[in-house]
Design a protein around this ligand. Structure first.
Ligand SMILES: Nc1ncnc2c1ncn2[C@@H]1O[C@H](COP(=O)(O)OP(=O)(O)OP(=O)(O)O)[C@@H](O)[C@H]1O
Ligand SMILES: [Mg+2]
Length: 656
């Protein structure tokens, strides 16, 4: 047993040594090319958490008042024992007349004080609960809205599981801390200070003895608490890693099975699961030894005080009532310490969680420095453009370009897109696109072909500014896309992403996602144009069929058709269609091709093709390899050149 204990201590020390620099589990966020570390400021974070609760001022005040009443009442009730014993019970023992009525009255008052304390306690915890729910609701809202505003690069660096655990564990911890932690902590402080004051007033000599013991307890709690904070933080982050892993493996379940990856998945899980267990054991181990240790110290204090106080009472320098109350206080004075040390651990894990939440909230949002906006305009006979009011649909869109003299130039949205000498890398030093130049005049269809990983999807990520280019220019109707407000830019681009993401809701809702104010008729028309109407009509509830779990009840091809319909509904001047790579049956393929062709009518289109049948009628076909354009020309030109495209087309080389 002794040996086991020692080894736990040894392990614990080793852990603390590794973690005391708690840099390891510190997340470093990248923001604008600079490293951004989360604040390690417990006090500031706590104040910020309280700020969330403080928004509900009246509830916040109610909590403070009722907490104060309940604490003061319970202090008063315990002190009341002294006059009760000395002035009412002791005289009764010695007096020949046994009149209990005065004592009964006093007991009645005592009961009243206890009742007031109980009622106040009830209101404190009830109000706290409401307050905590309000505050975490606001915190979650801020977190979610911050996430919506973050650049795509942020999500490349953080797993879903990790971000999910900000909403679950971390937000839960903050809620718990607001529900109980902070109030109990405050009331603990008041009770402690009050009790100490009363103890000194009863006998400062006895208090010196108590003080030494309390000092000893404090030193212990402080020492242990310091390490618990580090360990609980570690426990939380390993839980995040564990959940992240589970989610990733469940999401990719089919891939895991298809690649016979089960054993490695289990092993990966076991490592994380074990790490969480070990961290949790150590963190909780520290939490659990605080209480018994303090109890033992305080019991010794109790015994010594009882003996000395007894002598003092016999010698006549102390009353029986005072001794009774004092001994009671020794028991009580430990309670707020226990409570505070227990709450301190909860408080620390809540602060650690809140720090991680605030790190996301404080993360620089996606920059949007563009000044050019997209507006609807009226076109007069002479071709001049005037901006229309909000929401008016004229079908004409224009770029509103601020001029140096404070006026605006209106330039009709025509849909010409040029990429000039663009260089781009996701990871600095690893170029993905190099000296990339392509252009599409209004109404032209440009096709990209090339092997997987060549950089086709990347081109589209740059046009809509999911990522920023390293050098070169991207022009939309002659305007640098950097100068265009992102909302306007993305509104003028219709994009069918390679991975179709559908949302929970009906088929109709999902189509309407492309344009929120579209009528049912517009949605159906878009579905017809995209060739999706046929299969939708055959679904059990037609357009009202519920889509769940990212469209798992639909086939890959159907999902793609729906995504095309979703883009079709908005009628953007420029479209980017990124074909899904996975193979679909030839019938659906034809449907998709025809759907896409219908959409392309009269618009500028970039189509990323995995099937060469799609690209034959393109104005220009751009062949990309390793981020560089290796060939460019019409279908016939390229066949004549007998280069890479020719090889692909004649089947002498494979696309993917
Ligand atoms: N978010 C990202 N972070 C880092 N690298 C990325 C990211 N997205 C893509 N890449 C890398 O950039 C390169 C180009 O990827 P891209 O998605 O543009 O290829 P693609 O031509 O669309 O391929 P596919 O035909 O498979 O769709 C690849 O090497 C890929 O690994
Ligand atoms: Mg791609």
């Amino acid at each position: 047993m002794a040996e086991k204990k020692q080894s736990i201590w040894a392990q614990l020390k080793a852990r603390i040594a590794v973690d005391s620099v708690d840099e390891n589990d510190e997340k470093i966020y990248k923001s604008g090319g600079r490293d951004f570390r989360k604040p390690k400021d417990a006090k500031g974070t706590l104040i910020r958490i309280l700020g969330y609760a403080g928004k509900r001022k009246s509830l916040f005040a109610l909590v403070l008042v009722t907490m104060l009443i309940s604490t003061v009442c319970s202090l008063a009730a315990s002190y009341y024992l002294r006059p009760l014993i000395d002035d009412y019970i002791v005289p009764l023992i010695t007096s020949p007349e046994k009149d209990f009525s005065a004592l009964a009255r006093q007991l009645g008052i005592l009961a009243g004080i206890y009742l007031a304390s109980a009622v106040a306690t009830y209101f404190t915890s009830r109000t706290c609960m409401t307050l905590a729910q309000w505050a975490t609701n606001a915190l979650r809202r801020d977190l979610f809205s911050a996430l919506q505003d973050l650049p795509v690069t942020f999500f490349d660096e953080h797993t879903h599981g990790e971000l999910m655990s900000r909403f679950s564990n971390d937000a839960d911890n903050v809620q718990m801390c607001l529900e109980q932690g902070i109030v109990q902590f405050l009331s603990g402080i008041i009770t402690f200070v009050g009790t100490v004051g009363l103890m000194i007033s009863l006998s400062w000599k006895l208090f010196v003895i108590t003080l030494v013991t309390i000092g000893l307890s404090f030193a212990l709690v402080k020492g242990i608490g310091k390490y618990s904070r580090i360990l609980f933080k570690k426990q939380q982050s390993s839980l995040g890693a564990l959940n992240g892993y589970i989610e990733e493996m469940l999401d990719g379940l089919k891939v895991v099975k298809a690649f016979n990856y089960e054993d490695r998945a289990k092993q990966g899980f076991e490592e994380r699961n074990d790490e969480y267990r070990d961290n949790a054991i150590f963190a909780n181990f520290l939490g659990s030894i605080i209480f018994p240790t303090m109890n033992a110290v305080m019991n010794i204090c109790y015994a010594v005080t009882a003996v000395l106080g007894g002598f003092m009472t016999v010698a006549g320098s102390f009353t029986i009532g005072s001794l009774g109350v004092y001994l009671n206080y020794i028991r009580q004075v430990t309670m707020p310490i226990n409570m505070m040390s227990n709450q301190a651990i909860n408080l620390f894990s809540a602060i650690a969680g809140a720090e991680r939440i605030f790190a996301i909230i404080d993360h620089e949002p996606e920059p949007d420095e563009g000044a050019v906006t997209l507006v609807t305009v009226d076109r007069a006979e002479d071709g001049s453009l005037t901006e229309t009011g909000h929401g008016e649909r004229t079908g004409f869109w224009a770029w509103k370009i601020p001029q140096s003299d404070g006026t605006y130039e209106f330039r009709e949205v025509r849909g010409s897109v040029r990429l000039e000498n663009v260089d781009f890398s996701y990871v600095p030093g690893k170029p993905v696109l190099q000296d990339f130049t392509v252009w599409a005049d209004p109404g032209q269809k440009i096709a990209f072909v090339g092997s997987t990983g060549a950089g086709k999807t990347t081109v589209t990520n740059l046009i809509n500014r999911f990522y920023e280019i390293d050098s070169g220019r991207i022009l939309f109707d002659g305007i640098d896309v950097k100068d265009i407000k992102k909302a306007g830019l993305r509104r003028s681009l219709g994009i069918v992403l390679q991975d179709t993401d559908l949302f929970t809701g009906t088929v109709m809702d999902n189509i309407r996602y492309g344009k929120l104010d579209a009528t049912d008729e517009e949605c159906v028309a878009a579905a017809k144009a995209a060739n999706a109407h046929g299969f939708i009509s055959r679904l059990p509830d037609g357009y009202n069929t519920m889509i769940t779990g990212n469209g798992q009840n639909l086939s890959q091809g159907q999902r793609q058709l729906l995504a095309i319909a979703r883009t079709a509904v908005a009628r953007h001047p420029v479209m980017i269609l990124d074909e899904a790579t996975s193979s679909i049956d030839t019938r659906t393929e034809k449907l998709i091709d025809r759907g896409m062709d219908a959409l392309m009518e009269g618009r500028t289109v970039f189509v990323i093709a995995h099937r060469l049948s799609t690209v034959r009628n393109a104005k220009a076909i751009v062949v990309i390899e390793h981020g560089k354009i290796v060939e460019r020309g019409s279908h016939e030109d390229l066949l004549q050149q007998q280069g890479r495209y020719y090889m692909l087309y004649t089947g002498q080389s494979e696309l993917d």
